[in-house]
Write a protein that binds this ligand. Sequence first.
Ligand code: NOJ
Length: 564
Amino acid sequence: MQNKKKPQQKSNQSNSESEDTVPWWKDAVVYQIYPRSFQDSNGDGIGDLQGIIDRLDYLNGKEDSLGIDAIWLSPIYPSPMIDFGYDISDYHNIDPIFGDMYTFKILLKECHKRNIKVIMDLVINHTSDKHPWFMESKSSIDNPKRDWYIWKKAVNGKVPNNWMAAFGGRGWEWDESTQEYYFHGFTVEQPDLNWRNPEVRNEIIKMIRFWLDLGVDGFRLDVVNYYFKDDKFRDNPSHFFNGIREYERQDHIFDRNLPETHEFLQDFRELLDSYDGDRMSVGEVFMHPPGNAELPASFYGLEKKELHMAFNFSFLFCKWDTRSFKKVIQDWERNLKEDMWPNYTLSNHDQKRHITRYEKGNQTILRAKISAIMLLTLRGTPFLYYGEEIGMNSDSIPRKFIQDPLGVKYWPLFAGRDNCRQPMCWNKDENFGFSTNSPWLPTSKEGSITNVEEGSKNSNSLLNLYKKLITIRKKEKALQRGSQKLLFINNDKILAYIRIYKEQKIIILLNFTQEETRFFSGDEIGGYDRGKVLFSTNRKEESYFDLNIIALLPYEGIIIKLET
Ligand code: NOJ
């Protein structure tokens, strides 16, 4: 095994970072790829690893690349694809739809050549029901792997308790042949592992080592707060008015967020820290309805180090309204202790894309630009979702094409998540350059503001705005690492903040409205009459901005460097 370093024992998040030792993931812009939909290389209509390799120059390594520093790949392991890879049947391999281990190793090498880190999806709350572990477990009551999953006898002829599956319906599935129920937190085909069984934990740790030894740079942990379940299998208390579905009406105190998870995460972190190269972890702390930052913060580790980051999904639920974004920023800054590093994301593979959430006629593109400036200038790692840089939207998909199990079976009224998983639009060709064959999900001309080829040529495009912002973020340490303070907090039209790193001060002003704003800055900026425009949606870079009067055009976004 290469890449190993001596285990370091640190008791909390803090580490003695200096200018040169800031871990890469704090400075990074991460780009999530949904592999089925990025680029198809073999003409089967489904994206694959070779397709990603073919498109790496778009992501980094060339002068006109997007400039991202890491890709997070949604699951690429062998899977029956009931939940499109979130149902894994072999943790040590690559699904033939996507390629093979040899191609994966090339992908890793080609990414590293371009300074792109690779983050794998770690789905270890559950496996597929076709995983050999579950097949064995299901085969008989006394199979040695029986206890690797959560099996229970019926209670008075009924399900063992009131736990529900997050996708809908009871979490318990009856197995006729062994006359017991097994628990599944998602689809019936995704049985939950029994995390109380030490053999399961050992096997998972071994598997994590396998990928670390191969050289992957980090993991995104699927539903990290689900692993452990109450050992007494007590009913969750119900709150009648909390939501429409029974799942939402429960207080999930016995099937989520159990303290035992933190013990595992401490071991997991020690394992990551025993490798060189700052292997990182980011966890999905599943909350429904979305809550504040207190729970995610606890997964960074309060006593001992745990995850490097827990996802901040709050922007996914913000209305187009500065107050709602400000609330999230304040909440994260308040709840994260000094050494806990924030992160922000606007779109992912589970939610309607933000372009669609904030759609408003010809203001849509302006909103997309303002939100991109916000995401790429806030303190914390930005997570981009493939296609947001070209303004891909969540066009509704005709019902006959819907494939997501949520849309087909569990929650048909909601139509599922396919509309945020459509093929990437590379150019104007048939199938938008994604595939020579008809894609696994339909795309349409209206499905994106631009495509990569056209967007690259137009200096005013959303794509070029993303490229510029990423370049500026990398150049200006204040944007990557600086402290942050909200300004003009009571002004509901604009979102404004200052980022400070050593002598460097950068102010970001974002007008979220269609109206001009004009007001005296008073003493909020203190001592500066003007600043140099590093970037603006409306005015020339390198021009000067008068800081005494904050005058912004409708939907203007501007980044200003203060000069001493
Ligand atoms: C969360 C993932 O983001 C989602 O796509 C998946 O369906 C569930 N976990 C189950 O793994």
